[in-house]
Design a protein around this ligand. Structure first.
Ligand SMILES: Nc1ncnc2c1ncn2[C@@H]1O[C@H](COP(=O)(O)OP(=O)(O)OP(=O)(O)O)[C@@H](O)[C@H]1O
Length: 574
């Protein structure tokens, strides 16, 4: 956790001031019982009213000063803690942005959300409580010193209680700490179920699986609750135990103090002050227990945050990265193989092909044959295990990542849209795109018509993630976004699947003129979409089963013939 405290650096002046104010507050608190003892022993015993009033006023001033110190310290600390939380969230977010898909697979999206929110909040909470870290030990040590100063013999009773309390706290905490770690993992689990539920709500409803999902959530929720109850039970035993030991201690102090007053070895005011010091010591031990409760939980969170911050993306921008010149879009795969981390089988093996500018290269194959994987490698979402990919004649690994991705207009398999207007979503492809260019991109993508029918046309606002659009409309919008980019390479990953045959054909005809100089890579399931491509790659189980034009493949490639035959018969049946 201390590693994360580097994020407190910008607030070091504030934090130093907090330390000073808290020390002053503790000193003031420690002075109060001595003043009280003087009032009783000198003022009350001798009936000296002006003395009582004078020292009463002193007490008031000291107490007020202590209060002001706490208020200022709390304010400064709250500012530092919120700033710390904001900076840490910003850093984690920025770091996660640099991850390749490999790191996302490893950590999991739900866990990343918990780590950026809940885990950071836990650490932030510790900073808020830092006031106690300074106040409690000072009060404890100061209280013991003052108690010894007041009456050494009586202080021995107190000194005997402290180790008993400390041992009980340590024993209880040893049981609690592993549970805190488990608690955070269980929150992850709740988030995971919740996220799947919210994103998959349509499927859950359609398959009448609400009850099943409720059970799943119930299980994760119960699991978390049970651990939380266990933790709280352990913590709950701590308070009564401390109170018991302390109250027994007070009884012993009163009994022994009474004897010492009787023998004229001690004054009544000193006994009163002594009991107050005992209270302060007790209170500071309470606070230290709270710190012991929070630190293990927060350090479990800190470990999880550091895991994110220390994770380096396996896909890195090269040191002397080359910028891809505009217009150079030839793509070449040389004997490329790749396995997903932890997978037994390679997703693609020994893939070699060349996609030229001004040509359409299509990729077809059954589900799971490796089509999307090929695209993931071209966009450098992952790095190849062996072989080489070149773009514009340059090895992919030598190219600046931003410049590579700038050259590619990517349309993903599942359309992803963002909150904002239609224009904003198209402009996502290229921020400088003007209104004419946005309209043009939408026209080519066959999206202009339905957008213009909306109340505010291109300024209409999309519901979250585009939920107010049909699958085909979403696809067309994400095609328009790629077109607005005016890239030298277009990558369509099964992006026409939600379009009807007529729109599909119209879109492809419009695209042809628009993208005549670009390298087109189209992944498709439908033969009709790619029949007139210059080159068709047929994938089967991650390998190339055939390559050529439609006519060539119809003659030479069995897998392709089977795909064509299956689709034709399907259409005929339909
Ligand atoms: N993130 C991942 N982690 C591990 N394995 C993966 C991952 N993504 C895909 N795979 C595996 O890699 C293989 C190829 O998947 P890929 O997504 O490339 O297939 P595809 O041809 O695009 O299929 P579809 O047409 O169904 O989208 C599959 O066996 C799949 O299970």
């Amino acid at each position: 956790m201390f590693k994360l405290f580097r994020f407190l650096k910008p607030y070091k002046v504030g934090v130093s001031a907090v330390i000073i104010f808290m020390l002053l507050q503790s000193l003031a608190q420690l002075y109060l019982p001595t003043l009280l003892a003087d009032i009783v022993d000198i003022g009350v015993v001798k009936g000296d009213v002006p003395y009582i009033l004078k020292f009463g006023a002193y007490m008031l001033i000291v107490a007020l000063s202590a209060g002001v110190c706490v208020v200022i310290a709390s304010y400064l600390l709250a500012r530092a803690a919120t700033g710390f939380g904001r900076d840490l969230r910003r850093s984690v977010f920025a770091h996660v942005e640099s991850f390749s898909l490999g790191e996302f697979d490893k950590l999991g999206t739900s866990s990343l959300i918990t780590r950026t929110t809940n885990d950071i909040a836990q650490v932030q909470q510790v900073i808020v409580m830092m006031r106690m870290f300074i106040g409690a030990p000072t009060m404890l040590v100061g209280g013991v010193i003052m108690a010894v100063y007041k009456d050494f013999n009586l202080a021995l009773v107190l000194i005997a209680i402290i180790p008993i309390l400390a041992i009980s706290i340590i024993a209880i905490m040893r049981k609690g700490i592993p549970l805190f770690k488990a608690l955070q993992v269980k929150i992850d689990q709740i988030n995971l179920v919740l996220r799947e539920n919210l994103t998959g709500i349509r499927v859950i409803r359609a398959f009448n699986r609400s009850e099943h999902e409720q059970h799943k959530f119930e299980k994760a929720n119960r699991d978390y609750t049970q651990t939380a109850i266990k933790v709280n039970n352990i913590m709950a035993t701590m308070m009564p135990l401390m109170m018991l030991v302390f109250n027994l201690g007070v009884v012993v102090i009163l009994w022994y103090g009474g004897i010492r007053i009787d023998n004229n070895q001690m004054q009544i005011g000193d006994l009163m002050a002594f009991i107050q010091y005992a209270m302060q010591i007790m209170f500071s031990m309470f606070m230290m227990t709270m710190i012991f409760v929070m630190i293990p939980r927060a350090s479990a969170s800190a470990v999880r945050i550091n895991e994110v911050l220390n994770m380096e993306s396996i896909v890195r921008n090269p040191e002397s990265a080359k910028t891809l010149p505009r217009g150079r879009g030839a793509v070449e795969f040389h004997q490329v193989s790749f396995s997903y981390p932890g997978a037994e089988q390679p997703a693609i093996r020994d893939i070699s092909f060349r996609a030229e500018p001004g040509e359409v290269t299509a990729i077809i194959g059954g589900t799971g044959s490796g089509k999307t994987t090929l695209i993931n490698l071209l966009l450098r979402f992952y790095d190849v295990d062996s072989g080489r990919i070149e773009v514009g004649g340059e090895p992919l690994k030598s190219l600046d990542l931003d410049s590579l991705r700038e050259a590619i207009g990517y349309v993903p398999q599942k359309a992803v849209l963002f909150s904002g207007t239609f224009a904003d979503n198209i402009r996502y492809g290229r921020e400088e795109a003007n209104e004419t260019e946005i309209l043009h991109a939408a026209q080519i993508a066959q999206a202009a018509e339905f957008i213009q029918e909306m109340k505010d046309s291109f300024q209409s606002v999309l519901a979250q993630g585009g939920t107010n659009l049909s699958g085909g409309q979403k696809q067309r919008l994400s095609i328009a976004r790629a077109l607005a980019r005016k890239p030298s390479i277009y990558v369509f990953d099964d992006s026409f699947s939600a379009l009807d045959f007529k729109t599909d054909a119209k879109l492809r005809a419009a695209l042809k003129a628009e993208t005549k100089d670009a390298t087109m890579i189209i992944v498709a399931q439908r033969v009709s979409t790619i029949m007139d491509a210059d080159r068709i790659l047929v994938l089967e189980d991650g390998r190339i089963a055939g390559m050529g034009t439609h006519a060539e493949l119809m003659k030479s490639c069995k897998v392709y013939q089977e795909i064509v035959a299956s689709q034709l018969s399907e259409e005929e049946i339909a």
